[in-house]
Write a protein that binds this ligand. Structure first.
Ligand code: SAH
Length: 349
């Protein structure tokens, strides 16, 4: 059996698992047994209530897509763990495990590489290699839980890749990760961040998944945004914010906006005023609460963008607050292991 013909077990929903189990001549209750093992990530050999013959059969017919820990860096500053995972075909991705008071959060990758080309971001430097399967999205969580021995209670899809550029697999993953007999992570504990793939924001609104959507905005005028984010040339700010407004009207779910502060490019008080006016213009008519997450740009050797001071970030936040917008300056975790926003890569250095 060739690799392509093998079944990607961890990507199956329960109905598909049932079909698969029948297709290899086994009875339905085996599906239930297998489903119970999958979130534990023990591998087929670890599924000890299955007969040896069945385990051999499964090994011959399924693909082992669980990411393997290739390297692990632990931040001395805050205990954040950055994983370099190796995938079944030899590609690499990174995930970041962060401990907060409210629980552990895993920042997961959605693609090997990225084709969006944002100028400040390391993940896009080599382009996109391939999309991740639902099993590999789940697998990052399963492997991290096994490795740390701790439960992941929150997921942020803010690692390498553009989740909405891998839409079908991401939506399937969201449904799988939420299953009670699976990883059982509530939709409200999941954030998905996008650079602004407008048609997929609209599609997501129809899915009725109460996750938190984050929009990487980073500039308040088309001229400035197109300069740093090529995706803006395809879907401009008007199209993007109109989609956000409609998303809120349809789902009632708050959207948050990410704004990376780059010294001398988008971080003056005037920029804050322009940003506030823009968000009010689109979101006030539907009475959507507005929240901006400010990120001080993290250094990426190739880009040369400079971060401003903490004071200027706080001033920017204060200006937004005074204009009726809640703003937080994102804490930087794992900076000493290059695990901060925009520093993840799919190749080893
Ligand atoms: N492709 C998605 C997911 C990546 S999320 C998206 O664009 O939203 C990672 C977040 O970190 C995004 O808001 C991204 O714009 C931001 N980011 C990228 N590079 C950065 C850098 N060098 N410093 C700070 N934030 C950065």
């Amino acid at each position: 059996m060739t690799e392509q013909k093998k079944t990607d077990l961890y990507s199956l929903d329960y109905g598909e698992l049932l079909e698969f189990v029948k297709s290899i001549g086994e009875s339905a209750f085996r599906a239930k047994q297998i489903a119970a093992w999958l979130p534990l990530g023990v591998g087929i050999d670890g599924m000890t209530n299955l007969s040896k013959t069945l385990r051999e059969k499964l090994k011959a017919t399924t693909l082992d897509t669980l990411p393997r820990v290739k390297e692990k860096l632990v931040s001395k500053l805050d205990g954040t763990v950055k994983y370099l995972f190796e995938l079944h075909d030899g590609e690499f991705i990174e995930s970041v495990f962060m401990r907060y008071k409210h629980g552990n959060t895993l920042c997961i990758s959605s693609q090997v590489g990225c084709r969006m080309g944002c100028r400040f971001c390391a993940s896009t430097i080599g382009g996109r290699v391939r999309d991740l399967y639902p099993s590999e999205l789940l697998g990052q969580i399963i492997t991290a839980q096994r490795d740390t021995g701790e439960r992941v209670s929150n997921i942020v899809m803010m690692g390498i890749g553009e989740p909405l550029d891998n839409y079908d697999n991401v939506v399937k993953f969201l449904r799988l990760v939420n299953r009670e007999d699976g990883l059982n992570i509530g939709y409200r504990h999941i954030s998905l961040s996008t650079c602004g793939v407008v048609p997929k924001i609209r599609a997501l609104a129809e899915c009725e998944l109460p996750i938190t959507l984050s929009i990487s905005l980073h500039a308040a005028t088309d001229e400035r945004r197109s300069e740093i984010m090529p995706v803006n040339k395809k879907w401009n700010i008007d199209e993007l914010l109109t989609a956000c407004r409609d998303y809120y009207s349809h789902t009632g779910r708050r959207i948050s906006f990410e704004y990376t502060l780059i010294s001398g490019k988008n971080d003056t008080e005037q920029d804050a005023r322009t940003l506030a006016a823009l968000l009010h213009k689109y979101l006030d008519p539907v009475k959507a609460p507005i929240h901006v997450n400010l990120i001080r740009v993290n250094e990426v050797a190739e880009t040369g963008f400079k971060e401003g001071s903490t004071t200027s970030a706080n001033n920017f936040a204060a200006m937004l607050e005074s204009l009726g917008i809640t703003a937080t300056v994102r804490r930087r975790l794992g900076a000493d292991v290059n695990a901060a926003c925009g520093q993840l890569r799919h190749t080893r250095r």
